[in-house]
Design a protein around this ligand. Structure first.
Ligand code: PEP
Length: 254
């Protein structure tokens, strides 16, 4: 089964309007036509402009980094999934460790966000992953299982097919410490086995599981060559067009 290979760039809270436009143009200009799907996930202010820029380019999509769990209402300062969809974006990152840590997002809230995102026509890129102390205690598989069971596995199989999963060990995010290719493969294989247990082997084999955590042009090829790693969610290195495009070009030839 050939899975979709994906590289998503999480710009986090970086780049003003002009800087974001220039980065998007730089990426669009240098990205070749390949079967890798590139997803640009800028702050909200860029979504519509970059969606217009990428409109009609087959292998580039746009995503947000968060959405509110409610359809609409008195939530000053928040942005709904339907609003994101109306900009032309088609993905949304949910459950990033920075949202879990700094905004107290728990699995129950994330399950609601997943539901509203799907109902609004967005594909969630659902993040899971353990902190360093959990890995050191050897309970990382248990934690990731809990995150997936509570945040995602309530979905029926027809909607689960719209999900992208990102395994992001928290100890590797923005730290320069990457999970070894073997550690990434081990967890990705485990995640795929959980999906198979819940939804069957066919859906497990077609679900894209991305690795995130200090992925750079010089380590992407080795990580992406692992059989259960279908691409990456890229933070810091997504802010430079040349680095990001080099990561997109890091897949083994198929
Ligand atoms: C991220 O924020 O999703 C991420 C993986 O960051 P970095 O690549 O900077 O570690």
């Amino acid at each position: 089964m050939k899975r979709q290979r994906i590289v998503a760039g999480n710009w986090k809270m970086n780049l003003d309007f002009n800087e974001g436009r220039d980065l998007a143009i730089g990426i669009i200009r240098s990205i070749g036509s390949s079967d890798v799907l590139t997803i640009l996930c800028p702050p909200f202010i860029h979504l519509h402009y970059i969606s217009v820029l990428t409109n009609g380019i087959a292998n580039i999509e746009v995503g947000a980094q968060n959405c509110h769990s409610a359809r609409n209402g008195a939530f000053t300062g928040e942005v709904s999934a339907a609003m994101i969809k109306s900009t032309g974006a088609s993905y949304v990152i949910l459950g990033h460790s920075e949202r879990r840590e700094f905004f107290d997002e728990d699995d129950a809230l994330l399950a609601e966000k997943v539901n509203i995102a799907l109902a609004s026509g967005l594909h969630p890129i659902f993040c899971c992953g353990e902190k360093l102390e959990v890995r050191e205690a050897g309970t990382h598989e248990h934690l990731v299982r809990t995150q997936l069971e509570n945040g995602l596995f309530h979905l029926d199989s027809d909607v689960f097919a719209k999900i992208v999963i990102a395994y992001e060990p928290v100890w590797a995010i923005g730290t320069g410490k990457t999970a070894s290719p073997a550690q990434a493969q081990e967890m990705h294989k485990f995640i795929r086995s959980l999906i198979a247990e819940r939804y069957g082997q066919e859906i497990a084999d077609s679900t894209a599981i991305l690795y995130g955590g200090s992925c750079k042009p010089d380590n992407a090829a080795e990580i992406f060559s692992q059989p259960d790693v279908d691409g990456g969610l890229i933070g810091g290195a997504s802010l430079k067009a040349a680095d990001f495009v080099a990561i997109v070009d890091s897949f083994p030839q198929s």
